[in-house]
Design a protein around this ligand. Sequence first.
Ligand SMILES: O=C1O[C@H](COP(=O)(O)O)[C@@H](O)[C@H](O)[C@H]1O
Length: 233
Amino acid sequence: MIEAEFWDYDSVDEMADAVAGDIGFIVESAIEARGNALLALPGGKTPVPIYQRLAKAELPWKRVTIIPGDERLVPMDNELSNVRALAKTFLPVGARVIPVTGDIADVKLAGNSADARLQDLPWPPDVVLLGMGTDGHTASIFPGADLEDALNAPKARRMVGVTPDPLPPEAPVGRVTLTRSAILSARTLLIAITGQEKRDLLEQAIEDGHSSKLPIGRVLAEAEQPIDIHWAP
Ligand SMILES: O=C1O[C@H](COP(=O)(O)O)[C@@H](O)[C@H](O)[C@H]1O
């Protein structure tokens, strides 16, 4: 049974304030407990206002490491790059932002390389924040032949390379993604989505659990921790 709580807001700005506040609080608590904090953050458009607010928080940023929870296989200066947006926002405040890909074009090799980079980090992440596409993908766990690789990778595996099928029109490229077990290893798992279409999809995916046809349903079906889902219209 998935333990998910929806937090509803009247506007995207209100949601962004709340989620940035929650992440800021978790960062402070993590640093107090362990001396540092690790955040795995999504790409896409939805989290941008959250990042803008979070970067304004007075936090010991030098102790914060940020990784993209998934990455598109494009050069880092390409505007589709997920780490590019994170670096632009969080490098100026002093956080360590770690790219997970280099210039490896082969999807599976890129996944191996991303996984090796993450094996060097203290694990688990204090926060994994997830977004979701209107096709039900989360991180870069997409429908397609690689879906099971991302869902059922060995527990210690942190990232894999995947080719979405079909390729999403807004970013039609190969990807690397946190695996399901890496996502679910998070000390805190948050989701932030907007719009009624995504809300309906996510509610259905949660209800369907293991039998969901959507990647996000398959991911959340194995969650053992409570999940906070932040939503704005
Ligand atoms: O391709 C991606 O899409 C999802 C959702 O993006 P959004 O623009 O609809 O918020 C995102 O969570 C993921 O990290 C990204 O690579």
